[in-house]
Design a protein around this ligand. Structure first.
Ligand code: 48F
Length: 272
């Protein structure tokens, strides 16, 4: 057995973390905030399209709402064509008689995250996105803080966060629409998130993809965050729309970075 001392272990962790942070995180192409089904799909496809991609998650664990189907039953459903996304990640799916696909939640989370890692996505976990970097007419990155620090009593949290830069930020924060909310406090043209409407599965599945768009230069709102921004119906424990919305967000980010004209920035036709 080789001799390994305590200082070597610490030195390795510190060196690797700082090196990775400076090389791959500090100044990236795409920052995806939230690691649920939408964020993970967005990050995976963004990285596969060749972009330096960072996914930020406030929890210790990644996966967001993917960990369980509904009512604490760990079976996730998707409809076509989102089954293809899971198949690409190697998730085993069972097709039901009525054309739904179902898988084990744990397998969906682990294989989607593995696929994102293989594509080169960097994950910052236990990290809360507190704010955006907002210039005159565009967003240029995010402001981050350790999530455990945010959870401390307020007398201990007089510590400033830090910032990382990116060309595009994707708000995949789920029901809270964190970044859109923050932006709406400062830009009158940005809607204050309404929260999602009541359950209507097929309409919600469509709308979550349609509502995924560049809401402000440099900020794409995606998945449940888009649904909640506009008060569109909730979809319940089905994840196809989320996966397709994530893929759509990555494609929009790609078009923007590559200078392919994206129509209707910030001018989405909002359903009545
Ligand atoms: O909630 P979440 O899974 O959002 P999603 O990817 O998918 C929605 C579905 O899970 C579900 C549904 C059926 O499809 O109804 O709701 O759109 O993942 C959002 C993630 O963002 C993290 C949060 O912890 C969760 O893992 N998050 C939220 N706010 C922040 C954040 C923040 N300020 N900083 C970092 N992470």
């Amino acid at each position: 057995m080789t001799n390994i001392n305590e200082i070597q272990v610490t030195r390795t962790i510190v060196n690797e973390f700082l090196d990775d942070f400076i090389q791959n995180i500090l100044d990236s192409d795409i920052v995806v905030v939230g690691s649920g089904p939408c964020g993970t799909a967005a990050a995976k496809y963004a990285a596969e399209l060749g972009h330096k991609t960072v996914m930020i998650e406030r929890n210790l664990y990644a996966g967001g709402g993917m960990w369980q189907g509904g009512y604490l039953m760990p079976k996730n459903t998707v409809g076509a064509p989102a089954n293809k996304i899971l198949e690409e990640c190697g998730v085993k799916l069972k097709e039901t008689d009525d054309g739904l696909y179902v898988c084990d939640s744990f397998e969906m989370v682990s294989k989607m995250l593995a696929s994102a890692c293989d594509a080169g996505v960097k994950l910052l976990n236990s990290t809360n996105v507190d704010d955006i970097i907002l210039k005159d007419d565009h967003i240029e990155g995010v402001v981050i803080q350790w999530y455990p620090a945010k959870m401390m009593p307020s007398f201990m949290t007089c510590m400033d966060p830090i910032a990382i830069r990116s060309k595009v930020v994707i708000d995949a924060t789920g029901h809270d629409s964190v970044l859109v909310k923050r932006l709406s406090e400062q830009r009158p043209e940005i809607p204050k998130p309404k929260g999602c409407g009541s359950l209507w599965v097929d309409e919600a599945e469509k709308q979550t993809v349609e509502l995924t768009h560049e809401i402000y230069p440099g900020l794409i709102v995606a998945g449940m965050s888009a649904t909640s921004t506009y008060g569109a119906p909730r979809m319940g424990p089905i994840f196809g729309g989320m996966l397709l919305a994530g893929k759509r967000a990555a494609e929009l980010a790609h078009e923007k970075i590559m200078g392919i004209k994206v129509e209707n920035v910030g001018k989405l036709r909002v359903p009545a």
